[in-house]
Design a protein around this ligand. Structure first.
Ligand SMILES: [Zn+2]
Length: 166
């Protein structure tokens, strides 16, 4: 997924705010957690290009291991439910579940190793055939890019609606 991660994090934050009306946590922190989590796994591209020199598929890095984010989400929820650090636990839970959302969206046409490090097997819902150069053109001209445009459009509509209501 190329352009829809940040909008998906925004939509996720809005859906959380709709569910929890009575919270002492400021809305901007919920937005920050959800949007940060939505793009956090792709920060590994810095390592991919500058240090690893594209030797390893960046979806194989620990930042793209779904089991990491699922584990951290469980720990965050435990922190929220069982300790006095409820705010930290809640915001951390939002960020980690947003990372899981990132993995789900990446799985549409990108290989994600859902059970790594236990099973070395990538999963993708659809395959993008290499027809064009440069490589990213194959993804932009693939039908799945319409899904990205739908997510972006939805986020823009929600944003406009929210700003009109405020
Ligand atoms: Zn990614």
């Amino acid at each position: 997924m190329f352009i829809a991660h940040i909008p998906s994090g925004y939509i996720y934050a809005v859906s959380i705010l709709k569910k929890i009306k009575n919270t002492t946590i400021p809305a901007h922190l919920i937005f920050l957690s959800a949007v940060s989590g939505a793009i956090l796994p792709d920060l590994d591209l810095i390592y991919f290009y500058l240090i690893d020199h594209r030797q390893t598929h960046h979806h194989k890095y620990i930042t793209h291991w779904p089991l990491l984010w699922i584990s951290l989400a469980v720990i965050s929820y435990a922190l929220y439910a069982c300790s006095s650090q409820k705010k930290l636990g809640f915001l951390s839970f939002i960020a980690c579940t947003s990372c899981i959302l990132h993995m789900i969206l990446d799985t549409v046409v990108g290989d994600i190793w859902w059970f790594f490090p236990f099973i070395d097997q990538p999963f993708a819902l659809f395959t993008v055939t290499a027809l064009y150069k440069p490589w990213w053109l194959n993804f932009i001209l693939h039908w799945s890019f319409a899904l990205e445009l739908v997510i972006c459009s939805l986020a823009i509509c929600i944003y406009i609606k929210r700003t009109k209501n405020n």
